[in-house]
Design a protein around this ligand. Structure first.
Ligand code: SAM
Length: 242
């Protein structure tokens, strides 16, 4: 294809992260619904609306996993558009392929790729998204630069990610939830307590709204705006390559 993609071997640290996701891929959707009480669907819908994909556009869903965002973009891009689902983890992509087929969505290339060094030509996409994925990337600055490089001038990057609650009582309740309830859900539903402890820790460690905005600007993205969802539990950052 004109994107010239190829498979990228994952580094050692990436393999470890990839391993965590292999072990949770199966019960992934159920856990998402339980953990967020179904609200993750609304967060994703918000990001999709903000992306504003129009018919004929080319879209890349980085760390796309089971393909929730991809599905919505595929509809928006229409038959003339192109939407690619990419992820570092082959098991997640396999699950994504299965979900897309189940949903009757066809014509979505799957590309195994590390967000840090995307195997696409410069200026290939009108829109790139990374949903609940940047948190797991080792070198986030490299990933942001790589995604910017692959955007066409005028294209936009959307980062949907857990962030920092902006209201103090919510912040305390959320900490309790992350470090007490999440590992229990992990133990009893996914039979994998360690992965969900890792999830809680990775959320706590992730850069807050202002820091991520700075990082995006540092990677050369412009007009970066932040949208807090559910009191800042999640934020969408949108920036443009101009
Ligand atoms: N975007 C999907 C969603 O919102 O449902 C999936 C999110 S899932 C929590 C995170 C995904 O990031 C996993 O599928 C994992 O394999 C992927 N991932 C982790 N590190 C990555 C990297 N360096 N490059 C690309 N994908 C990565």
């Amino acid at each position: 294809t004109h994107f010239g993609y190829e498979q990228v071997p994952a580094g050692e640290k990436q393999s470890r992260v990839a391993g965590v996701f292999s072990s949770v891929a199966r019960r992934y959707d159920l856990m998402n619904d339980l953990m967020s009480m179904g609200i993750h669907r609304l967060w994703k819908r918000f990001a999709v609306d903000l992306a504003g994909v129009r018919p004929g556009e080319t879209v890349l869903d980085v760390a796309g996993g089971t393909g929730d965002l991809t599905k919505a973009f595929r509809r928006a891009a229409g038959p003339q558009g192109q939407v690619i689902l990419s992820d570092i983890n082959a098991a997640m992509l396999g699950e994504g392929r299965r979900r897309l087929i189940d949903a009757g969505v066809s014509g979505v290339p799957l590309v195994q790729a590390n967000a840090e060094c995307l195997p696409f030509a410069d200026a290939s996409f009108d829109c790139i998204t990374i949903g609940f994925g940047l948190r797991n990337v080792t070198d986030k600055d490299a990933a942001l630069r790589s995604m910017r490089r692959c955007l066409k001038p005028g294209g936009r990057l959307l980062v949907l990610e857990f962030s920092k609650p902006v209201i103090e009582p919510l912040s305390r309740a959320y900490d309790q939830y992350s470090f007490k309830v999440l590992p229990l859900l992990g133990r009893y539903v996914a039979q994998d307590e360690a992965s969900y402890r890792y999830l809680a820790e990775s959320i706590r460690m992730h850069p807050d709204q202002a820091t991520l905005k700075d990082m995006m600007e540092g990677a050369g993205l412009e007009r970066v705006q932040v949208y807090n969802l559910t009191g800042g539990i999640v934020a969408v950052h949108r920036g443009f390559r101009l």
